[in-house]
Design a protein around this ligand. Structure first.
Ligand code: EPU
Length: 593
């Protein structure tokens, strides 16, 4: 039975108010397939939830929420040393732990007390007290939303990493976990006793702790530090503990003069406790609009008093900024932000020379109006908790400082002309701890590898930015589960791309748009498109040509960008445009639902 306009607040442990357009539960693959084959639901954004213990809804969900009720806990004894336990995705995580402990099956005992359900443990690779679910997951049986087939993923294919898996990347939104097979060891005593407080347990007890004793000890520690979500809403750890290279930790973090703790990891990396950073940034108990930093464990944000998704997200940003200012570390949320809106900021709206043009004294270039100061074209997109940069203009450094850009998850390049890629080297601060994913057409990627060869050498000069180039074709692709549609357009004779994300599309430097590409733009609510000036140009749309494209796409709102000084003053031109068309300007912000 599918419910409409359904209140799902109580299905999340944070308890911020949220409704879903549709909500459906299923107990079998057959029921799931029936839902997924119904055209009415196929067209919707779909989000599969588990125990809701790791979700932050920023606003109501305009799509279908699925929840598994697939049950079952079964034990298969393979031999003396290996037992498999198969658990339905809809089983409560704690029921699985209790099932294993009762039967003296070791491996999962350290993960007692974690809220949520079995299915989500695969996605999130839940972890605590030195153990991660991925350590004992043998395989995951999933439903493929695209083919409607059942697919088994081995442990290796799940690509587990710290709070991470394949299902948070390429697999996001496509595979729904049906059952999980855990590989456990028959043993009455605890297996992983090295983590901090567990180390002294054997000494205190005078014997190797039994599974039940490990569970009791961890439950006690958890109860003393973590809020019970039934009493006080929270999503467990709100941020991930940053993992950085030891060299970076020593050179960039310790230089701030604080004794920031770290735990050694393999490969010359260290893990930094985010809770410590938050506490020592003076944020213990800090609150915004009913959301607060939990005093007993600062890594947790609690819903103290009718917090909303917006207030939790405002507190998250405040914590990120404050910790960054003090320790130079940008915290990444562990919680999944469910924000299907696309928040756009125009970083630059100018053509290749920008406005004012150097050495020009025309009315526009000497205008005092800030709308007539146009840096080279670029935009910043925030959606689903991710930050995406559209083109790295030569003005990127200035744009990033003005807009307060502290983190970029990926950069999408439209084409290789200097005014769109000249700022790539300035992405350095965002590549300190990762290789920045960079999306571009193949010929653009080849060109960038040639021009920026120093970023791709095996032995790089220390400090140069690192990139992971992804070649874009004609097909939509996914970045961290966000669907991105490339729009192929022509910049005179040069094939280049624009991008559609949700109901927002960004096209710059087009002169012509092939007929078949218009299909990809159907239903776009806000379109940013280039219009150089009123007079003709061989490789750029004029205002008149851009208006004809807008007329065809029919967005609710269009903004013209990549503007040159010949366009005229912002104020004069604004009065002449149709009501649904405006000139973009640097710093313009809008949200597309
Ligand atoms: N710390 C502080 N102040 C705080 C919180 C922590 O100084 O407010 C310090 C602690 O003193 C300790 C260090 O930070 O030295 C680490 O703290 P803790 O052992 O409590 O663990 P954590 O790193 O904060 C992680 C998991 C928890 C898990 C615990 C125990 C993440 C993001 N969180 O927290 O997982 O229970 O270890 O293994 O890795 C969850 O995912 O929801 C969760 C609760």
């Amino acid at each position: 039975m599918i419910k409409s306009d359904y209140d799902i607040t109580s299905l999340t442990t944070l308890g911020v108010p949220v409704k879903a357009k549709y909500f459906a539960e299923y107990s079998s693959v057959k029921e799931l397939e029936a839902i997924m084959r119904t055209p009415k639901y196929q067209q919707n954004e779909v989000l599969h939830i588990g125990g809701g213990s790791n979700l932050l809804f920023i606003h109501d969900f305009d799509g279908l929420i699925l929840h598994s009720k697939v049950k079952g806990l079964t034990e298969y004894r393979k031999n003396e040393s290996t037992v498999y336990v198969i658990a339905g995705a809809g089983e409560a995580w704690q029921d699985l732990i209790d099932f294993c402990v009762e039967r003296n099956l070791a491996g999962l005992e350290n993960l007692t007390g974690i809220p949520g359900e079995v299915g989500a443990s695969v996605i999130q690779n839940v972890g605590a007290y030195g153990v991660e679910a991925g350590d004992v997951i043998f395989k995951a049986e999933c439903y493929d939303r695209l083919t409607h087939k059942i697919v088994n993923f081995t442990n290796e294919e799940c690509r587990f990493a710290y709070r991470d898996s394949f299902f948070k990347h390429e697999g996001k939104g496509r595979y729904y976990v049906l059952r999980v097979c855990f590989r456990l060891t028959p043993s009455a005593t605890g297996e992983n006793l090295d983590y901090g407080p567990l180390k002294s347990l054997a000494e205190r007890l005078g014997h190797t702790p039994s599974l039940k004793e490990v569970v009791a000890e961890i439950n006690e520690i958890r109860n003393s530090k973590l809020p019970d979500p039934k009493v006080l809403g929270s999503a467990g750890s709100f941020f991930k503990n940053p993992i950085v290279r030891r060299r970076y930790y020593e050179a960039e973090i310790l230089k701030h003069g604080y004794d920031v703790p770290s735990y050694d990891l393999p490969d010359e990396k260290v893990k930094i406790p985010a809770g410590w950073l938050i506490e020592h940034a003076g944020l213990k108990g800090c609150s915004i609009g009913g959301a607060a930093v939990y005093k007993k464990q600062c890594l947790i944000i609690v819903n103290r008093n009718n917090a909303t998704g917006i207030s939790v997200s405002a507190l998250c940003r405040h914590i990120q900024l404050t910790v960054h200012r003090k320790f130079g570390v940008w915290l990444q949320p562990e919680v999944n932000f469910i924000d299907t809106s696309v928040h756009v900021e125009i970083l630059g709206s100018g053509t290749s020379k920008g406005v004012p043009e150097p050495a020009c004294q025309c009315d526009v270039c000497t205008s005092p109006d800030k709308h007539d100061k146009r840096l080279r074209a670029s935009a910043l997109i925030k959606t689903h908790g991710l930050t995406l940069l559209l083109d790295a203009s030569p003005d990127f450094r200035e744009q990033a400082i003005r807009a307060g850009v502290y983190d970029i998850d990926a950069t999408l390049i439209t084409h290789q002309h200097y005014d769109h890629v000249g700022g790539i080297d300035d992405l350095r601060p965002y590549c300190l701890n990762k290789r920045m994913p960079l999306y571009a057409l193949k010929h653009v990627a080849d060109d960038l590898r040639r021009r920026l060869d120093y970023c791709f050498r095996e032995h790089k000069y220390p400090g140069v930015p690192g990139f992971e180039i992804h070649e874009v074709g004609n097909e939509p692709f996914y970045f961290s589960g966000v669907k991105i549609v490339p729009i192929n357009v022509m910049h005179a004779q040069l094939p280049i791309i624009g991008y559609r994300i949700g109901n927002f599309a960004y096209i710059t430097d087009a002169k012509t748009i092939p007929e078949e590409e218009f299909e990809k733009l159907e239903g776009v609510k806000v379109l940013v498109i280039n219009a150089l000036r009123y007079t003709p140009h061989f490789s750029h749309l004029t205002v008149e040509e851009a208006l004809a494209v807008i007329e065809k796409i029919k967005p609710e709102q269009a903004y013209l960008t990549h503007i040159c000084h010949d366009m005229g003053k912002h104020q004069d031109v604004s009065g002449k445009l149709p009501s649904n068309v405006k000139l973009a300007y640097d710093g313009l912000k809008f949200t597309v639902d």
